[in-house]
Each structure stands twice: as structure tokens, then as C-alpha cells.
Design a protein around this ligand. Structure first.
Ligand SMILES: N[C@@H](CCC(=O)N[C@@H](CS)C(=O)NCC(=O)O)C(=O)O
Length: 220
């Protein structure tokens, strides 16, 4: 069995970071293929051309699983995390308690389908520190919602992460942690402590190292 995770430019690809952290937490070996984002015509080979070599959906991340002479393709960050949780139950990527699990799934889906103004105004620039732009009302409301959701989850569950042990919910919110850190968004102490624990994860350190190489190579 071999895993290959296809991701976008690591400085920018917030969606790709999620399954990368899930795979890192599981501890299985995997290869990472990085596709440069924002390569457009008239370049002869665009970002889209490259991604389409791996997935007809034309978006990263994509997970390729080579197993028993077959290749399974999984696309979309949450679908990849779900698939990994199913294949590696020992990693406990969803909380064991059904109530906690339902809340973790709800928070993960809320992240997956929401917060468009945060995405728009606070784009992920993983290794950078940038000035906070003037935030729209909707962006401020979305930030407040995330902080409230984190505080509730952290207060309810004992441990370092949203649901005690590291879970898919943490993978889903790690790009937000990076965004809040980059733009120095004001957060209360419980949220700041949570962010620091996410930033200290080995998967985040590996991602940072690779993103720094992209900056040094002038491709991000
Ligand atoms: N819902 C998808 C969104 C993925 C997505 O938008 N990926 C962006 C990069 S972070 C992408 O592939 N952009 C390249 C393009 O659209 O050509 C997921 O969670 O995987």
C-alpha cells in the first residue's frame, strides 16, 4: 500500500494542508507531489493541466492509494480525511464519543462549506507575517464564530485539541490557525494557546519547511 498526496503550492494551498496533517498524524509514510498554483495561460502547461493529470475534478488536494495492483483516487480535502479515518481507525481521527464526534463532524463541515469572507480577506500565506487588512463586517462575524466554536469545543473536551486528542476538526481549522497567525488576528488566550499547539505540530513544521523552500526558490 502506498500513499501519494498531491498538493498545491504549500505557501498558499490551505485545502491541501488539511489531509497533509491527517497523514502526518497517522504516521504512515507518504509521498507528496507539489503542483505550482497560479500558473495560467500563456504558460504552455498550466496549474489546471497538471492537476487534471491526477484528478478529473481539477482541484488539489488529491490522494492516490496504490493497493493490490490498483490505484484508488480520492479528491476533496474532507473526503480524503474521511477516507484516512476509515482506513486507520487506530489513529482516532474522529472522537470516539458519539456526541463529540457529531460536533466534530459539524464543525468540520461548517469550515468546509463556510467562512468565505475569511478566505477572501485573509488568504493563507503560510510562512508570512502580514498587516491585518480592514475587515468587513462579515469577516469579523466569521472570525467571532470560529473563536466561539473553538472556545466551546476546548472547554467541553479535555486535552490539547478541539476534541481532546488530535482529530479531523483540527486538520480542518489548521489553515485558519495559520491565517490568524499571519495577520495577527486578536484572539482570547484559550484560542491563542490552541493555535500555538497546532503551530507546534510536526506536520505543521514539515509544511513550513517546504513552504520556506518555495519562497527561497521564488515560486511562491
Ligand atoms: N473543496 C475542495 C477545494 C479545493 C480547492 O479549491 N483547491 C484549490 C487550491 S488550494 C485548487 O485546486 N486550485 C486550482 C484551480 O482551481 O485551478 C477541497 O476541499 O479539496
Amino acid at each position: 500500500m502506498a500513499y501519494t498526496l498531491v498538493v498545491g503550492t504549500m505557501q498558499w494551498s490551505s485545502w491541501s494542508l488539511r489531509p497533509f496533517l491527517a497523514l502526518s498524524a497517522i504516521g504512515v509514510p507518504f509521498e507528496t507531489v507539489v503542483i505550482r498554483l497560479r500558473v495560467k495561460p500563456p504558460e504552455p502547461v498550466t496549474t489546471k493541466d497538471r492537476i487534471l493529470e491526477y484528478s478529473p475534478a481539477g482541484k488539489v488536494p488529491v490522494l492516490k492509494i496504490e493497493e493490490n495492483g490498483k490505484t484508488l483516487t480520492v479528491w476533496d480535502s474532507l473526503a480524503i480525511c474521511e477516507t484516512l479515518a476509515e482506513r486507520h481507525p487506530e489513529a482516532k481521527l474522529w472522537p470516539a464519543d458519539p456526541h463529540a464526534r457529531a460536533m466534530a463532524r459539524s464543525l468540520s463541515s461548517e469550515m468546509h462549506s463556510g467562512f468565505p469572507d475569511i478566505r477572501d480577506q485573509l488568504s493563507m500565506e503560510f510562512t508570512s507575517k502580514l498587516p491585518l487588512p480592514e475587515l468587513r463586517d462579515d469577516t469579523q462575524k466569521q472570525i467571532a464564530r470560529i473563536i466561539a466554536a473553538w472556545s466551546e469545543a476546548l472547554a467541553r473536551h479535555k486535552g490539547d485539541f478541539l476534541f481532546g486528542g488530535f482529530s479531523i476538526a483540527d486538520c480542518m481549522y489548521a489553515p485558519v490557525v495559520s491565517r490568524f497567525d499571519t495577520y495577527d488576528v486578536a484572539v482570547p488566550p484559550d484560542a491563542r494557546a490552541y493555535m500555538d499547539r497546532i503551530i507546534a505540530l510536526p506536520g505543521m513544521a514539515a509544511w513550513r519547511k517546504a513552504a520556506q523552500k518555495e519562497i527561497a526558490a521564488g515560486i511562491a
